[in-house]
Every structure is written in C-alpha cells, then in structure tokens.
Design a protein around this ligand. Structure first.
Ligand SMILES: Cc1cc2nc3c(=O)[nH]c(=O)nc-3n(C[C@H](O)[C@H](O)[C@H](O)COP(=O)(O)OP(=O)(O)OC[C@H]3O[C@@H](n4cnc5c(N)ncnc54)[C@H](O)[C@@H]3O)c2cc1C
Length: 350
C-alpha cells in the first residue's frame, strides 16, 4: 500500500489495460488481436527492433559493403490448416515468400520474411504502441493490478514502470519465470521448461566460393545447419559474394557456451572449410549466442498455463500444445489460442 502510494505520487508510470512483454512473433500477434478489439495495449521489448528470434542484422564487409542476414530462424514451415491460411495472407501482403524448393532440404514448403526475416514482425507491429530498449526486470502485484518495472540498466530511469490489469509474457520461459513474484504459482513450472542454446555464426565470403542451399550438415559435430542467406527470396542486394548463416549443434554449443566470440568464429570457419572441402575467403563475420533458441523436445501441453485469473498470460513457441508444430508455427498457434482466451474472458466480464 505504501509502495502503491509512492508509485502513484511519483507519476513516473503509465497505465494501460495490457502490457505485452516481447515483440517477437507471438507477442505481436496477441498485441494485434487485443488492439483490434479496442483494448489499450503497450508492447515492450528490450531490443531495438521487432523480431526476437526472427530478427535480422546488417554488418559491413572489409570493402565497406553492407550485407544483411537473418540471425535466428532462416525459414519456417506451415503444417496446420490455420497457419497455412495465415501464411497465404502474408504472401499476398508481400511480407513473406516461399523459399524455392531447390534451395531447401525438406519435403515441406518453407517460408521466410522478405526482404528480411524481420519484415514479418515489422508488418505485425503496424499501428501498435511499442516501446523498444525497454527491458522488464520484474512484476509486482499491487491492489489487484500489475506493476511492471523496467530495468534501469536499459538506460531508463530506475522508477520507470507501467501499471496494468493484464500482462502477456511472450518471452522464453526461464526469463518469464525470473520476472514473476517469488510466490507466483507459475514461477516454478515456467522455470522447469528447458530450451536449447545455440551459437550462430555468419560468414561472408567473396565470390570465389559457392554452396547454394539451405541444408543440414550431418557429418559435422559442430555445424548442424547451413543457410545461404543471399539465395533466399528478395535478398538480391547486388552483393557479389555469399553470406552463410551456420547454426551449431546443441551438444557443441553446450560445450562452448561461454567461449569468446572470436574463438567461436575461428572454430566455425575451420570446420566449414573442412565440411565443404575448400578454402574460403572470409570478408566479414558475426557471432551470436542464442541462450534460448528452441524448445528441447518436451511440449508444454498445459492449457492452465495460458491465462490466469490474476492477469498473467503466457504464450510462445514452447507453449503450443501439439507436438507436430514447432518454432514459428508453434509460436503463432499459441498466440492465437491465448488471444482468443483473453478476448473471451473480457466478453464474459462485460
Ligand atoms: C538459430 C535459430 C534457428 C531457428 N530455426 C527455426 C526453424 O528452422 N523453423 C522454425 O519454425 N523456427 C525456428 N526457430 C525458432 C523461431 O524463431 C521461434 O520459435 C519464434 O521466432 C519464437 O517467437 P516468440 O515470439 O515465441 O519468441 P521470441 O522471438 O524469442 O521473442 C521474445 C522477445 O522478448 C524480448 N524479451 C526477452 N526478455 C525481455 C525482457 N526482460 N524485457 C523486454 N523484452 C524482453 C526479446 O528481445 C524478444 O524480442 C529458430 C530460432 C533460432 C534462434
């Protein structure tokens, strides 16, 4: 009560109906659905743009050329009827495209945002109030509402905060668990969900070497997957070299989780040369460690997780209750299920 009085007196807070934490695909889908139904929604993300694990990156080569690539997911599939229908809409709107069958190693059709992976989440952010560079540190329950505290280390004042009735946690499970109050009933369950970590290295090579495809690398204990980024739809930027996004195996990542980025790039480069049996001329490189890349097999088929009476709501790829669907499709299905549940709860309440 004392704290609440203090919060209200400082006026360094903003009130809204719902705060969505995470401007990745699942958070943006929920935010769009609530916004379309007339609710006040603010979406916050610690990053400088949308996308989360669908984000993209631009770097400069040794010859000062700018090159772009997808940093997380390099393409996704659509197996369910509902996601196939959504994918067709996004294709018609020009924000995603099918990756040509000759460039992928799977029998199913695969899709990707165009001209970048993040084009899809940028499209989904249209019309929404999104606060970037806003890292949520923790949540507190005050007089039947949620107080969402923003980390002062993200460059915001220490007392920057939001007050709302509902919070959507559209972030990886252990991060969601960490921000809930110590006595919250979901804290332990969320903390127990395992996600695999994954190093990703991008090697930009000059034109003297080409390996055109998205493919698995079964002979390597280090590199699980390779994607030729500039062969994907809409990537024709005039750059004459090749841009390879290489994803590590989870076992190798586990062993090298705290390795320095320069060492990781050096090990990937040597292994990639060995795998393709050729020397390569690297003109730029980039490494990123995804601490929470994808769920580790186990499905959190617990619908009671989804929407709590106290206003805590959860969605994300790990929350999809059908084991056939994963990654982007699972994130979409879980977000639609949550939005329906939240909208239904509001209808019943009125
Ligand atoms: C290397 C890699 C390869 C992949 N390959 C595939 C694939 O082939 N096929 C496929 O379907 N899927 C793939 N995926 C998975 C797919 O990208 C994800 O399932 C999907 O993008 C998850 O979306 P999301 O909205 O649930 O979460 P995320 O995209 O993780 O979004 C969470 C957001 O929350 C923000 N956030 C986190 N903590 C805080 C905080 N404290 N405060 C504020 N904001 C916060 C983050 O910045 C992020 O933007 C891959 C992922 C990676 C990393």
């Amino acid at each position: 009560m004392q704290e609440q009085k203090h919060i209200l007196e400082t006026k360094r807070y903003q009130q809204t109906d719902t705060i969505v934490i995470g401007a990745g695909l699942s958070g943006l889908i929920v935010a769009q659905q609530l916004h379309a139904s007339g609710q006040r929604v603010i979406c916050v993300d610690k990053a400088r743009g949308t996308g989360g694990r669908l984000s993209s990156k631009r770097i400069e080569t040794a010859s000062a050329e700018m090159v772009a690539f997808d940093l997380g997911c390099t393409s996704f599939n659509a197996l369910s009827f509902s996601f196939q229908r959504q994918v067709r809409e996004w294709i018609d709107e020009g924000v995603i495209a099918e990756v040509p069958a000759t460039k992928v190693a799977t029998p199913e059709k695969r899709y990707i945002g165009t001209p970048r992976s993040s084009s899809l989440t940028r499209h989904l952010s249209s019309g929404l109030d999104i606060r970037f560079g806003t890292r949520v540190s923790h949540l507190e329950r005050e007089e039947g509402r949620w107080v969402v505290y923003v980390d002062s280390s993200a460059g915001k004042p220490a007392t920057s905060m939001f007050i709302c009735d509902r919070v959507v946690l559209a972030i990886p499970p252990s991060q969601a668990a960490a921000m809930l109050p110590a006595d919250h009933s979901l804290k332990a369950s969320l903390a127990s969900v395992n996600m695999v970590s994954q190093w990703v290295v991008v090697l930009v090579t000059s034109a003297n070497f080409s390996l055109a495809t998205q493919r698995e690398m079964p002979d390597s204990a280090l590199i699980a997957r390779c994607s030729l980024e500039n062969s994907k739809p809409g990537r024709d930027s005039g750059f004459t070299g090749n841009i390879y996004q290489l994803q590590a195996t989870s076992a190798w990542t586990k062993q090298h989780i705290d390795a320095a980025k320069e060492d990781v790039i050096a090990m990937f480069t040597e292994e990639f040369k060995r795998c393709v049996g050729s020397d390569i001329d690297v003109v730029a490189s980039y490494a990123h460690r995804w601490l929470y890349s994808q769920r580790s097999g186990e499905v959190v088929a617990r619908q009671d997780f989804l929407a709590r009476d106290d206003g805590i709501n959860v969605c994300g790829d790990y929350m999809c209750n059908d084991p056939r669907f994963e990654g982007v499709e699972a994130a979409y299905i879980s977000a639609i299920a949550l939005a329906e549940k939240m909208l239904h709860a509001c209808t019943v309440a009125y």
